[in-house]
Design a protein around this ligand. Structure first.
Ligand SMILES: [Zn+2]
Length: 207
């Protein structure tokens, strides 16, 4: 693998907003006036702080009623997991899978990936940095679409005539879920991906 020279090693800093290269001592970007930081020293703390509040908000999102299913004029309210089970019982497998993936698999996956990245970049590692960068990009990308389950359920129930009607209960669970999504998004954004390269061990020494 070719030796990678970072901007910091050459006494330069790259603007994270517009990618203009500036001398390391410069405080603000000459082009877009963004604050310049070679490394965000508080990045780790911010990531953990947002991640923890995200996790905390995710707990009530699962404890309180999130889904409202109606069949034969009987409406039942249930938690995310309960709702998925209900939907399966009613035979609405497609909606059940979508709700399960968007409300459980993706959020939990994001918590794990962000924690993994945060832990790994504080210690020396030999993990392929490109893989770590890809993981980070995936988390950031998913973040933008994280509210999909709310919309998907709304759209699906409008488009398809199920004999079961599933809607989002606009209660405390939905609010907590939205907060959890926002906090996790902020955690992913606080992550300074340049740190992935700083602790990379060995690889660059033997070309
Ligand atoms: Zn700039």
């Amino acid at each position: 693998m070719q030796r990678v020279i970072t901007a910091r090693e050459t006494g330069r800093v790259v603007c994270r907003s517009c990618s203009l290269v500036a001398p390391a001592k410069q405080m603000r970007c000459a082009r877009c006036n963004e604050w310049l930081q070679s490394r965000d020293a508080l990045s780790q703390q911010k990531v953990w702080a947002w991640l923890i509040v995200g996790l905390i908000a995710y707990i009530p999102a699962n404890l309180y009623a999130m889904l409202r299913t109606t069949q034969s004029f009987r409406t039942t309210e249930s938690t995310i997991v309960g709702g998925v089970v209900d939907l399966v019982h009613h035979g609405a497998y497609a909606v059940a899978i979508i709700v399960f993936v968007a409300s459980i698999v993706i959020p939990v996956g994001k918590f794990i990936v962000i924690a993994y990245l945060a832990i790994l970049t504080t210690r020396r590692h030999r993990t392929d940095p490109h893989r770590l960068l890809l993981l980070h990009e995936v988390v950031e990308f998913i973040g933008r679409w994280s509210m999909i389950d709310v919309f998907v359920v709304a759209i699906l129930t409008a488009l398809v005539q199920f004999d079961v009607l599933a809607t989002i209960n606009p209660g405390i669970a939905a609010v907590c879920f939205a907060l959890s999504v926002v906090f996790t998004m902020l955690a992913a954004q606080s992550f300074d991906s340049r740190q992935i390269w700083d602790r990379l061990e060995g690889k660059s020494n033997h070309e």
